[in-house]
Ligand binder design. Structure first.
Ligand code: FUB
Length: 339
């Protein structure tokens, strides 16, 4: 997960061809989860900082400590910083590394879901409750029992149910679990074995607990065979997101070391999901992470790159661009710097 080397000239050429510009420039932001709550648009990104830690494949250089929430009048409007919504110092169980968050609303309250490392270095997912979409949020004293790993994403289904998805391999630690049990001896499956999928569980009505043990979300090819761990261009790595288009459930995610945002389609929140294709080709920076929303009848992809920092992988900036589904529901592939 090293920095990328770009000359000034290369960066200006990429910026000139980019399909969108950074939404936030006064701080570094990444992993944008966008939501329309009561007709208003809110963004829940990571807040990147330089913690002075050397790069490693475990993501030790992503040392984030807090979250800012942003408000927009529309995806094409400026993003207004609503300030610090939650700080790690106010989370009793968390020691650091506040990675990609998400948010949900239910019965007039707002819930921020976030991963963080406990003092023993193990990631878990917590929830914090607020009275307003922009926070501040008050963290529950303990992480959500039964969760682990990173990248929570909460999907609100039309029947009122909420589903928590999560999971990331490598630094996200999901490869250390099988059947929801941690064993430090576990590693990623071999290349010819089925890849690990994200985890999903329905949330309880109070939005603070899992209503059931998490189960694996299966991503399969067009013949129904599970994608294999060696299929790095298509297999799940991190950053799950769910949206519904014309009655079908779309699971989108990052392929990590091949830097693609891909999608797969299913007919219910648990899957299986059939792999379809690429949403976004690689951005500047090692990571790619996104969310997809509909606003006023148009679809939008929120994502990030690292153009503001000249390619520093852990100093990113969020962006947004329009997304198109064709008549068959296929998503047109976007190229972040044209082409
Ligand atoms: O922001 C830290 C991590 O980088 C996220 O949790 C991953 O999805 C990747 O974007």
């Amino acid at each position: 997960m090293a920095d990328l080397e770009y000359t000034e000239a290369e960066l200006s050429a990429l910026a000139a061809k980019a399909i969108s510009q950074p939404l936030v420039t006064h701080i570094h932001t990444a992993d944008p989860s966008a939501h329309v709550f009561d007709g208003r648009l809110f963004l829940y990104p990571s807040h990147d900082i330089d913690g002075g830690t050397a790069f490693d494949d475990e993501g030790g250089h992503f040392r984030m400590q807090d979250y800012h929430v942003f408000r927009q009048d529309s995806p094409e409007s400026p993003a207004v910083d609503c300030g610090v919504a939650l700080h790690v110092d106010d989370v009793p169980w968390a020691a650091g590394q506040m990675w990609a968050p998400d948010a949900a609303t239910h019965d007039g309250r707002y819930y921020l879901y976030f991963p963080a490392k406990r003092a023993d270095g193990i990631f878990q997912i917590g929830v914090a409750v607020g009275e307003r979409p922009e926070g501040p949020f008050r963290a529950e004293p303990e992480p959500i029992a039964g969760t682990y790993s990173i990248d929570p994403a909460v999907f609100a289904d039309a029947d009122g149910g909420h589903y928590l998805y999560f999971g990331g391999i490598w630094g996200g630690q999901m490869q250390k679990y099988r059947d929801n049990r941690y064993d430090p001896a576990h590693e990623e499956p071999a290349a010819d074995e089925p890849a690990l999928g994200p985890r999903v569980a329905r949330l309880t009505a109070d939005m603070k607990r899992l209503a059931e043990p998490t189960r694996e979300v299966l991503i399969v090819d067009e013949d129904g065979n599970p994608l294999l761990a060696g299929d790095h261009e298509r297999r799940y790595f991190e950053g799950p997101w769910l949206h519904v288009h014309q009655g079908r459930y779309y699971l989108s995610y990052s392929t990590g070391d091949t830097h693609l945002l891909c999608y797969a389609i299913g007919d219910n929140p648990y899957g299986p999901f059939v792999y379809q294709g690429v949403i976004l080709t690689p951005v500047i920076g090692w990571t790619t992470h996104h969310s997809i929303i509909e606003f006023d009848g148009r679809w939008w992809l929120y994502y990030h790159d690292a153009i503001l920092s000249g390619g520093v992988t852990h100093l990113r900036n969020i962006k947004v661009t329009e997304l198109h589904h064709d008549a068959d529901g296929r998503i047109a592939t976007l190229h972040p710097y044209g082409g």
